[in-house]
Ligand binder design. Structure first.
Ligand SMILES: Cc1cc2nc3c(=O)[nH]c(=O)nc-3n(C[C@H](O)[C@H](O)[C@H](O)COP(=O)(O)O)c2cc1C
Length: 368
């Protein structure tokens, strides 16, 4: 298993733990993954919801909580720590600034194309932080668009790119039609993205790793996708059922007890489909039932709380706290594979063992 290099950062275990909001991946999970040589990621989405006064001061609470979690993670690990910030949140700039002030190692940017973000960051802060930027895309075309825009406008490119396929948990960058009769293969997406990114590697004389995510659960999945040219993998679902994951026990049990048929799609107020584990709340949403929304903060840029069917931040936060009558858990298509709660170390050791077993299997296949 080769180390993953992102600029001057080296992760000896090429596994990135996907950032999981709301309050699923915080300092506990992120530091545990970083301690195993991977990249641990704190999700900034709705991170302040446990702070007192959140309803009145959501921006301040998010900033305070993010700073606190980054500092806690640093105390628990000297490994590589990242944050995940969705373009769709209305306090994106605030959260990115806090992360840079805290010299976060990597900023993973999802749910939107980060074309102009560098323009709004103080150049001094940008260079002092040393932070690496890694956008998440769902196609080679989107990757090219971002990289070309950065190259033309800023004379630099992102430090890596995550390409995520249709099997992932959380918000998805595909239409529901594409997800329902999925012909999109992550293997092909990675291959196409590697080709596009190679042109920028040549132009800038640097290495830009392509990282694959979405439906990667076992070491075999990892070995398979690395054959398409991925230099690392991003896993979210797999890390939910770890001891160190910051979410409630009920949330983890929801994963342990689900079956493949329970994993379904909803339309999220973010404007993207989301993959969730079904329950009565989800069924009501799917039937078009309106859930009361009282919104004091407008956390999503595009959300009009008078028109949306339910509040996604509240639903995810409730589930994170173990309240499934008023919420649901995001989960990838492989969530049903969870068989028990393991520590992060046990999980990563298992993935590595599966990875090496798969490599051995391929090496020992007869050649015709
Ligand atoms: C419970 C859960 C919450 C998630 N929350 C976020 C989020 O807040 N922002 C984001 O960009 N991605 C989010 N994701 C996506 C993950 O970061 C990661 O890209 C994805 O889980 C990879 O696919 P997998 O679940 O099949 O491993 C979430 C995924 C899960 C399972």
């Amino acid at each position: 298993m080769n180390a993953l290099k992102i600029g001057n950062l080296t992760a000896r275990t090429p596994i990135i733990q996907g950032g999981m909001g709301v309050c699923v991946s915080l300092s506990g999970l992120a530091s545990a993954v970083a301690n195993e040589g991977g990249i641990g990621v704190i999700s900034a989405v709705g991170i302040g919801m446990t702070e007192p006064g959140y309803r009145q001061h959501f921006r301040e609470s998010n900033k305070i909580a993010l700073r606190k979690e980054i500092r806690k993670a640093r105390l628990l690990s000297d490994g590589i720590i990242g944050v995940n910030i969705m373009m769709a949140v209305s306090d994106f700039d605030d959260l990115l600034n806090v992360a840079l002030e805290e010299h976060i190692d990597v900023a993973f940017i999802g749910a939107g194309l980060p074309l102009k973000i560098l323009g709004s960051i103080d150049p001094g802060l940008l260079s002092e932080s040393g932070t690496k930027f890694v956008p998440k895309v769902s196609s080679a075309r989107a990757a090219k668009l971002i990289f070309k825009h950065w190259a033309d406008k800023y004379g630099r490119v992102p430090d890596a790119v995550v390409v995520e396929g249709p099997l992932a948990g959380g918000h998805l960058g595909f239409s529901k039609e594409n997800l329902n009769n999925t012909t999109v293969s992550l293997f092909e997406l990675v291959r196409e993205t590697v080709i596009e990114i190679n042109a920028f590697e040549q132009q800038f004389g640097i290495e830009i790793p392509v990282i694959a995510g979405g439906g990667i659960y076992t070491g075999k999945d990892m070995a398979d996708i690395m054959r398409a040219g991925a230099k690392g993998v991003k896993m979210g679902t797999r890390f939910v059922t770890t001891t160190e994951c910051d979410v409630s026990d009920a949330f983890k049990q929801n994963y342990l007890s689900c079956s493949p048929e329970d994993i379904t799609l909803i339309d999220s107020p973010v404007g993207l489909p989301g993959r969730v584990i079904t329950n009565d709340f989800v069924k009501e949403i799917q039937q078009g039932k309106q859930k009361p929304v009282k919104c004091p903060w407008k956390c999503l840029k595009t959300c009009d709380h008078r028109k949306v069917q339910f509040c996604v931040a509240e639903a995810l936060f409730n589930a994170a706290q173990g309240n499934f009558t008023q919420g649901f858990s995001f989960a990838g298509t492989n969530a049903y594979q969870a068989d028990k709660i393991r520590t992060v170390k046990e999980t990563i050791d298992l993935i590595k063992a599966e990875f090496y077993q798969e490599q051995l299997h391929v090496v020992s296949l007869p050649v015709h």
